[in-house]
Design a protein around this ligand. Structure first.
Ligand SMILES: Nc1ncnc2c1ncn2[C@@H]1O[C@H](COP(=O)(O)OP(=O)(O)OP(=O)(O)O)[C@@H](O)[C@H]1O
Ligand SMILES: [Mg+2]
Length: 389
């Protein structure tokens, strides 16, 4: 059964090499064969473990085919592989499918207000982003463009970045290892150039832009064996970051926000470019209590709640991330729904109790490694911008 998938991978690899080498005609031919094999495979094995992944690949290859065909029809002889011309200046063909550009209409509407606590982070982001965007003229000395959010997993780095984007109505350009692996087709250097070109184009017209680089450590760490031009990609990123501090761009509302759980994996060149380094801490007891209240309140729209002992829930969840708490409340919901279905009772007749939460908590392990918290603190002391918080 794997033969079809193997052939698909084989042709996809050929397509990608041809694509990189600039032989778009061949690339298109091979992408099409790869799509063909994957489609057949999915018809035969719709429930295969990798089915979703293959569907995604098909979509991406098709996009690439459409893009290459369009460009070949327009300009047969130019450097079209990613969009920027050889000088990297704006105005070349930028392939927008290489980035996830989320306009305010295309993402969650949450703002700072919708997020529990994270007060120190919100304050830092107001200072660093919101006020400069509000009135750039108050900053004759310019302001930092690079911001690193670091802290344990599941504690709000991604969520606060989306909320920030909503606060300033920014275009959010999302880059993560997944986009880079699947869409950049190994051509990191050119795509980094194109990424900043797109960002500057929006921002030069006054539109606030956030380039969000999730898992920035994974994207830019050094590997012992480097084959895909990773080093050039990293250097290009550093060059682009430096460019943002130049006179020409000093006042445009463009910010680069990197997020990481492992700031210690970043090399010093990157750390320096992210001039503001903000710790996104795990929820303490009081915040865990608020998180339980926040998410349980939503359950109250449908179910009847008994007096819930939130203090106790907070006590029982030391070392649990915000994301853990969301999962726990969701699991309580699922248990209740299962029960009312099994027993054929009405939601009104099954009150939600503290014990329902305790039961779920006892089966859910905390995802924060508390030993690492000391390491974050230490890193924050050394590199953090607001480490006194
Ligand atoms: N302050 C908060 N208020 C309400 N919900 C929160 C808060 N912080 C995090 N969450 C919820 O927790 C989950 C995880 O948050 P998020 O994805 O932002 O974490 P993260 O720090 O980016 O994690 P990772 O490092 O794994 O990418 C989301 O469902 C989010 O809605
Ligand atoms: Mg995240």
């Amino acid at each position: 059964m794997y033969q079809l998938a193997d052939r698909a991978v084989e042709y996809a690899q050929k397509a990608i090499s041809a694509d990189k080498a600039g032989d778009y005609e061949t690339a298109v031919k091979y992408y099409k064969i790869a799509v063909d094999f994957l489609t057949k495979y999915l018809m035969l094995y719709p429930d295969a473990p990798l089915a979703d992944f293959y569907k995604e690949l098909i979509g991406k290859y098709k996009q690439r085919i459409a893009y290459l065909e369009k460009i070949m029809a327009e300009k047969p002889r130019e450097d079209i592989s990613t969009g920027t011309n050889s000088h990297g200046s704006p105005g070349g063909h930028v392939d927008p499918s290489a980035f996830e550009v989320l306009t305010p209409e295309q993402r969650s509407k949450k703002t700072f207000e919708d997020l529990v606590d994270l007060e120190s982070v919100k304050r830092a982001l107001k200072r660093t982003v919101i006020y400069p965007v509000k009135d750039p003229s108050l900053y004759p000395l310019g302001w930092p463009k690079g911001i690193l959010l670091f802290g344990p997993p599941g504690c709000g780095k991604t969520e606060i970045t989306i909320a920030l984007a909503n606060e300033i109505k920014a275009v959010l350009i999302n880059v993560s290892p997944a986009t880079v692996v699947s869409k950049w087709l190994g051509d990191t250097e050119k795509n980094v150039k194109a990424l900043f070109t797109i960002g500057r184009e929006y921002a030069s017209k006054g539109q606030p832009v956030i380039i969000f680089i999730d898992e920035v450590d994974a994207l830019f760490q050094q590997y012992s064996v480097e084959v895909g031009g990773e080093k050039r990609g990293r250097n290009q990123f550093l060059i682009e970051m430096d460019g943002l501090t130049s006179k020409e761009y000093a006042n445009i509302p463009l910010f680069v926000i990197g997020a990481t759980n492992k700031p210690w994996n970043l090399d010093i060149g990157f750390i320096r470019r992210f001039e503001r380094r903000i710790y996104v801490p795990p929820p303490n007891k009081e915040v865990r209590k608020q998180l339980f209240e926040h998410y349980t309140k939503k359950l109250a729209e449908k179910f009847v709640l008994e007096q819930i002992d939130y203090d106790k829930l907070a006590d029982l969840t030391e070392g649990y991330s915000s994301s853990d708490i969301v999962s726990i409340v969701k699991e309580v919901q699922n248990n209740i729904v299962e029960e009312i279905n099994e027993k054929g009772i009405s939601p009104r007749n099954r009150k939600i109790k503290t014990e329902d939460f305790i039961e779920v908590i006892s089966k859910h392990k905390p995802s924060i490694d508390t030993r690492l918290l000391e390491v974050y603190k230490e890193w924050n002391k050394q590199y953090g911008t607001y480490s006194e918080d």
